[in-house]
Structures are given as structure tokens and as C-alpha cells.
Design a protein around this ligand. Structure first.
Ligand code: BT5
Length: 255
């Protein structure tokens, strides 16, 4: 903690050896009024979660399983932008600490060699007055070998160690992620999403490519033209129409 180079992020740290999910702990702490910047860390999650109640495989001692509580003064529909802000912070930290060059797949995946090394999950506590707390969950595979992953993700997941061939120090990484997350959050609150959009697009593998966007009730195929100033994916279908995609699973089509 004393080694952190941040003003507010990580001034309060809740660490547990094992838990169901750092998101659950973060929600509780947020409700109890914990300050903005509180960080929850664990070695192991027994019920780590992704979007839509999907499972997040969180092997003991092998990854960064972290939730960050922020209380930004923004309207709820801007919250998904924070998933993109957090993704940029993680990519910068991974580059800085390991020299690897990860790519971002809209909205919440970070890839190395085409496989997923990080997932981000942004959840909200809001009421009539607006956002009370935003809980940004970051799951980063660090020191797993293939056999540390659940069989169900062995074909699609990778870790920093698998990509670089070296063990990576998780404390150094956490420090770097929190530093960049604080810097980018400040930039966002001062200047809006526009400058972050440019940085985000420079790391993106989605933009300019043919993709399938799977949503709750339809699937669209098209070219991912870019993201707009709200972080909404702009998908151009064969008929030339542009669709704004707020939430979807994206499959890259290699054609
Ligand atoms: C995500 O969901 O990618 C968000 C994951 C967020 C995890 C963090 S860990 C700290 C905090 N506490 C939590 O409980 N959660 C957050 P989604 O886009 O829905 O992707 C989920 C899918 O990713 C799963 O259905 C699997 O296919 C795949 N997956 C699961 N575990 C994985 C892993 N360790 N590495 C790579 N892929 C994984």
C-alpha cells in the first residue's frame, strides 16, 4: 500500500485470501459507505462472475482478481465507458510491466495472441439521485499454465506467463493498473471520453474488422466502424446502415 503511486485509489484495500467474488464484497462495502477508490483483492474466487451470470475462472494465487469502487459524478448511461477506461489502464500496465502488447476486443476483453487474458465487469449501484457507486471488476490471468485453467476455457484463455514465458509479479502489476486507472479516470472526468477514445482505438482489434455481434435477441453481422463518444460500437451492416451496439458478444470473422 505504501508503495502505491496514487492519490485515492487503493487508500482503502480489502484483502481476503479466498472469497466468492470480489464484486460481492465490493457491493457490500459500497453500500456501507466505503470511500471512492476502495480496492478489493483476493487470491481466489469460488464464484467469480462475468457478464450475464457467466462464470469467471479464478485459480488460487495465479491472477489479479480485483474490484475497484468509484463514486464518479456521471449519469448512469456513461458508466459503460468506464469498462473501456479500465481496459486502457490494464493494457498500459501490462505493456509497462511485461513488454507484451495486448489488444482490446470491444467491450471488455483484453487479448494476447488472440486469446483472452483479461475480462472487465462494470456494475452500478444507483438510485433516483444517480450513481451511488460504480464497481469495476478486473480479472487478469497472470501466472497460470494451461492446466491451471478450467477445462471449459482452456481453448480460449491465456495468461501473461503463457504469453511471455516468465512469471510476473502481481503486486507490481496491481500498482501499475491502479496508477493508470487513476490517471485515466482523472483525464475522463476533466476532458470527457474523447481523448480516451483515441487511446482506446489505438489498442483495439475490433475496429475496421468484420464481426458478428450477438445480442440478447438478435445477431448482426457487419463491419465494426468504430466507437462513438459514448463508447457505443458502430456496426455497419451490408445494407449500409449503422447500428449502435450498447452491449454484445463480439466474434471476429476472419474474412
Ligand atoms: C468478463 O465477462 O469477461 C468479465 C470478467 C470479470 C472478472 C472479474 S474478476 C474480479 C471481479 N470479481 C468477479 O466475480 N468478477 C470480476 P464475459 O465477457 O461475460 O466473459 C465470461 C466468459 O469468459 C466465460 O463465459 C468464459 O468463456 C470466459 N472465461 C471465464 N474465465 C476465464 C478466464 N480466467 N480467462 C479467460 N476467459 C475466461
Amino acid at each position: 500500500q505504501s508503495l502505491l503511486k496514487t492519490e485515492t485509489l487503493g487508500k482503502v484495500i480489502e484483502y481476503q485470501e479466498s472469497c466468492l467474488s470480489t464484486q460481492i464484497i465490493a457491493h457490500q462495502l459500497a453500500q456501507e459507505g466505503t470511500p471512492s477508490g476502495t480496492v478489493v483483492l483476493t487470491e481466489e474466487q469460488t464464484a467469480g462472475r462475468g457478464r450475464l451470470a457467466r462464470k469467471w475462472d479464478s485459480a488460487h494465487g495465479k491472477g489479479i482478481w480485483m474490484s475497484v469502487i468509484l463514486r464518479p459524478d456521471i449519469v448512469p448511461h456513461k458508466a459503460p465507458q468506464f469498462t473501456l477506461v479500465a481496459a486502457v489502464a490494464v493494457v498500459r500496465a501490462v505493456e509497462e510491466v511485461t513488454g507484451l502488447k495486448p489488444a482490446i476486443k470491444w467491450p471488455n476483453d483484453i487479448l494476447l495472441d488472440g486469446k483472452k487474458c483479461t475480462g472487465i465487469l462494470t456494475e452500478l449501484q444507483s438510485d433516483a439521485d444517480g450513481i451511488q457507486a460504480m464497481i469495476i471488476g478486473i480479472g487478469l490471468n497472470v501466472n497460470q499454465s494451461m492446466e491451471n485453467f478450467d477445462e471449459s476455457v482452456q481453448g480460449i484463455a491465456t495468461s501473461l506467463k503463457m504469453a511471455s514465458g516468465r512469471e510476473v509479479n502481481r503486486q507490481v502489476l496491481v500498482r501499475s493498473i491502479l496508477f493508470h486507472l487513476e490517471q485515466y479516470t482523472e483525464l475522463y472526468l476533466k476532458e470527457g471520453f474523447a481523448p480516451l477514445k483515441i487511446i482506446w482505438e489505438s489498442f483495439s482489434v475490433t475496429i475496421g474488422k468484420p464481426v458478428l455481434a450477438r445480442m440478447a435477441n438478435e445477431t448482426l453481422e457487419g463491419i465494426a466502424e468504430g466507437i462513438n463518444d459514448d463508447g457505443v460500437l458502430q456496426l455497419r451492416t451490408a445494407d449500409g446502415r449503422i447500428h449502435g451496439i450498447y452491449s454484445a458478444d463480439i466474434e471476429m470473422l476472419n474474412r
